[in-house]
Write a protein that binds this ligand. Structure first.
Ligand SMILES: NC(=O)c1ccc[n+]([C@@H]2O[C@H](COP(=O)([O-])OP(=O)(O)OC[C@H]3O[C@@H](n4cnc5c(N)ncnc54)[C@H](OP(=O)(O)O)[C@@H]3O)[C@@H](O)[C@H]2O)c1
Length: 292
C-alpha cells in the first residue's frame, strides 16, 4: 500500500456497519486518502459498497487477516477510526491493534463509541492522541450534527484532522468531554424526537383530510425549511416564530395550543432524561471495564 499525502494520512475504519459506511462514504467524497475498512464479515451492504470503490478502499476481514498474518503499521500521520458497538471495543482492539500498531506506531485514534470516555480509549492506545465523537444518524445523508472532544495532548492540527472527518458528513463542533452525555441527549437521540414531530404533524394533516403521503412530505419539508432558516439567518427561533405569527391569526391559535399542552417543557425534559440515562449507561460500562 502506498503512503498518502492527504492531511488525514491513511484512514483505517474498524467496524463497517451503518456509521462506519456513512463516514467512509463522506471521506471518499471529500478526501483523496486511501481507506482501509475492517470488519468481522463482509455483509451484502459492505460488499456492494467496496465493489463500487475498489480503487480507494481495501476491505480486511477478520479471518482473512488471521490466516494471512497481515501487518499494516500506521504512524502518527494516520488515523484509526473505531466504529464498532461499545461492547465489541475490547475484542476488536485486541485483534486489530497488533495489525496496525505493531511497529509502535501511534495513529490519531477517533472513537464514535457512545458512552466511552477518552481515558478508556487512551489506555488501549497508549501514546496516541484520542478524539471522542458523537455523530448522529443523519451522517448517512451528509447532515450529521457531531460534537467531539480530544485528549489534552491533542495539537491544533490533530484537532482539525479529527473535526474534518465529521465535516465530511455534516457539521461538527469541538466541546469539552463533560458535555458528551448532554450531546447524546440532544443531537445523538434528537433525530428520534423529530421523527415523532414529523409523524404527529402529518397525522394532523391526515385528520384534516390530506392524503398521507402529501401530509408526510409537507411535514418533513417544513421541519427541514425551518431548521435551514435558523441556521442561515442566525436569528433566535423565537424571533423567527414571531415573524410568522400574525396577531389574531392561525399560527398564534396553534401556538397557544402547543403551550397549553407543554410542548417546550416536554422537549426540555426529553433532553434532560436522555442525558441522565446516557450518564448512567456510561457509568455502568465504566464499572464493567474496571472489573475486567
Ligand atoms: N447509529 C447511530 O445513530 C450512532 C450515532 C452515534 C454514535 N454511534 C456509535 O457508532 C458505533 C457503531 O454504530 P452502528 O450503528 O454503525 O453499529 P453497527 O451497524 O452494528 O456496526 C458495527 C460494526 O462493527 C462490527 N464489529 C463488531 N466486532 C468487530 C470486530 N472485532 N472487528 C471488526 N468489526 C467488528 C460489527 O460486526 P457484527 O455485526 O458482526 O458484530 C458491525 O458491522 C456504536 O458504538 C454507536 O455507539 C451510533
Amino acid at each position: 500500500m502506498t503512503t498518502q499525502t492527504s492531511p488525514l494520512g491513511r484512514i483505517v475504519v474498524i467496524g463497517f456497519g451503518n456509521m462506519g459506511r456513512a463516514l467512509v462514504r463522506g471521506l471518499l467524497a471529500s478526501t483523496t486518502c486511501e481507506i482501509i475498512v475492517c470488519d468481522r464479515y463482509k455483509s451484502s451492504e459492505a460488499e456492494e459498497f467496496v465493489n463500487s470503490h475498489t480503487k480507494r478502499i481495501t476491505f480486511l476481514q477478520l479471518n482473512q487477516v488471521q490466516r494471512d498474518g497481515i501487518e499494516i503499521p500506521l504512524t502518527s500521520h494516520d488515523t484509526l477510526i473505531l466504529c464498532t458497538k461499545p461492547q465489541n471495543l475490547q475484542e476488536s482492539v485486541q485483534f486489530w491493534k497488533p495489525i496496525f500498531c505493531s511497529g509502535g506506531g501511534t495513529p490519531l485514534v477517533v472513537s464514535i463509541l457512545a458512552g466511552t470516555p477518552i481515558e478508556q480509549i487512551q489506555k488501549l492506545f497508549q501514546g496516541s492522541v484520542v478524539a471522542r465523537a458523537m455523530p448522529n444518524i443523519a451522517a448517512t445523508v451528509d447532515s450529521a450534527a457531531t460534537a467531539l472532544c480530544l485528549s489534552i495532548d491533542a495539537s491544533e492540527s490533530e484537532t482539525q484532522r479529527a473535526k474534518s472527518i465529521f465535516e465530511a458528513v455534516g457539521k461538527a463542533w469541538i466541546v469539552p468531554e463533560e458535555l458528551m452525555n448532554a450531546v447524546t441527549g440532544l443531537s445523538g437521540s434528537g433525530p428520534a424526537y423529530i421523527y415523532m414531530v414529523i409523524e404527529a404533524l402529518s397525522d394532523g394533516g391526515v385528520k384534516m383530510g390530506m392524503p398521507r403521503q402529501l401530509a408526510l412530505e409537507l411535514a418533513a419539508q417544513t421541519v427541514l425549511g425551518a431548521a435551514k432558516l435558523v441556521q442561515e439567518t442566525g436569528l433566535h427561533p423565537a424571533v423567527l416564530r414571531d415573524q410568522v405569527t400574525t396577531p389574531g391569526g392561525t399560527t398564534i391559535s396553534a401556538i397557544h395550543e402547543l403551550e397549553r399542552h407543554g410542548l417546550r417543557p416536554m422537549l426540555i425534559s426529553a433532553v434532560v432524561t436522555a442525558t441522565k440515562k446516557s450518564r448512567l449507561l456510561a457509568r455502568a460500562a465504566e464499572k464493567k471495564v474496571n472489573k475486567n
